[in-house]
Design a protein around this ligand. Structure first.
Ligand code: SAH
Length: 386
């Protein structure tokens, strides 16, 4: 394909370790069809090869600084290397490729036992679909490959939303084992690629810090994945979600594990927290894992208000010596902002909140300092010393 030429500012981004070059830093794009293109400066000096998306603000995503052919073998080697870096995960479902975080921009590959659920999130990558499928097949030898190409970001690329089977078979429901606990994932229809794999290490952390024999509260429980870990140690767990469907899957998950100390309650978490506070109820372990309140920068202010409210109320109903794990998956809420709003909530709550740990997404979702977009999940573990 004909080379795409970039400005000095565009080239500088690659030097600084960020794989994206925006539309405004492209100097010449003669052939406006998506694909894998050589990238040069205005005079033709070669910089590397990139995925090219003619309709996206993110025009170029760096694949390699070399001139090697980007074929099925190339994808196989890159995918195998990413899988290799993840040796020893204590679960049957995990992320094999975390896009930019693994040097494979806009490509997500998740493993659910013998099945693969993947996402092609750019127009350039979409043109390499056949080679990517060949690469996944050769590197991971799956029983099936499903593309969950229904992620919203594909719109910015001019790509359709679709869920398609690319190879073999992938079941509607997959049983995942995580640290000895079982849960059901739904590759075709569940959130993300079928489950929240990014919280795996946080679930283990919360399990470890759960107060034995105490009372626990898991808000925004979805399929109860935190609740299950907590239930192994707590006396009782109140698991809350506004979705009946999510709760019934939670119930199935508990049953799979023979867990009987979780009460599943359909409620709005905001209302319930207010009510629990009014009734002066207390919990020894609390988990807050809400959906992204700040979907865009525009509603950041409102989102911060929402985060502060639930955290403030959770702090108020935390038993002396209790543990609160709180998280935010809004990309627009930076780690600094999140910590600042928690400090704010702590002051307003009148409780002395001690910081135990700050976490992010599980290590199979590597975050690059140079590429802030690779990180979005923040977790904080707090305790209210007795
Ligand atoms: N903790 C889960 C993921 C939570 S996803 C896990 O680790 O798997 C967010 C969940 O919050 C969804 O299930 C959604 O139904 C629920 N939710 C969103 N807004 C809510 C609200 N105001 N009250 C209660 N649940 C809510």
């Amino acid at each position: 394909m004909t080379a795409v030429k970039v400005t000095a500012r565009g080239a500088e981004r690659w030097k600084q370790g960020h794989p994206w070059i925006y539309r405004s830093d492209v100097a010449d794009e003669p052939d406006k069809t998506p694909g894998i293109v050589p990238v040069t400066d205005r005079k033709g000096k070669f910089f590397g090869q990139a995925l090219y998306s003619p309709k996206s603000e993110i025009r170029l995503r760096l694949l390699t600084r070399g001139k090697e052919p980007i074929d099925a073998t190339w994808w196989t080697e890159r995918i195998a290397a990413a899988a290799q870096r993840r040796n020893g995960i204590g679960a049957s479902a995990w992320r094999v490729v975390h896009a930019e975080g693994d040097g494979l921009p806009s490509l997500i590959i998740d493993r659910y036992g013998p099945w693969i659920v993947a996402q092609l999130l750019s127009a350039g990558l979409e043109t390499a679909r056949a080679d990517v499928v060949a690469g996944i097949t050769a590197a991971l030898a799956p029983d099936g490959i499903l593309f969950r190409n229904d992620a919203g970001v594909r719109r910015h690329e001019g790509l359709p939303a679709e869920v398609v089977l690319a190879f073999g078979q992938v079941p509607e429901v997959v049983e995942v084992v995580e640290d000895g606990l079982k849960y059901l994932a739904a590759p075709w229809s569940g959130q993300k690629t079928g489950a929240f794999l990014d919280q795996r290490e946080n679930r283990l952390l919360v399990g470890q810090h759960t107060r034995a024999g105490g009372r626990a509260l898991d808000l925004f429980t979805y399929h109860g994945s935190f609740a299950l870990h907590v239930a192994r140690k707590a006396k009782t767990v109140l698991a809350v979600d506004q979705s009946t469907e999510a709760l019934s899957r939670g119930g199935e998950n508990a049953q799979l594990n023979g867990i009987t100390n979780i009460e599943w309650r359909e409620a709005n978490a905001f209302d319930l927290l207010r009510e629990l506070e009014r009734r002066r109820e207390q919990f020894d372990t609390i988990v807050l894992d809400p959906p992204a309140f700040a979907k865009t920068k525009a509603n950041l202010e409102r989102a911060l208000g929402g985060y502060k409210e639930i955290n403030l109320r959770a702090m108020k109903i935390l038993a002396p010596g209790g543990v609160l794990f709180t998280s935010s998956c809004s990309y627009h809420v930076s780690r600094d902002l999140f910590h600042a709003l928690l400090a704010d909530a702590a002051r307003d709550s009148g409780r002395r909140m001690q910081f135990l740990a700050a976490t992010g997404a599980a290590s199979d979702h590597p975050e690059l300092l140079n590429v802030p977009e690779t990180g979005y999940l923040k977790g904080v573990l707090l305790t209210a010393p007795a």
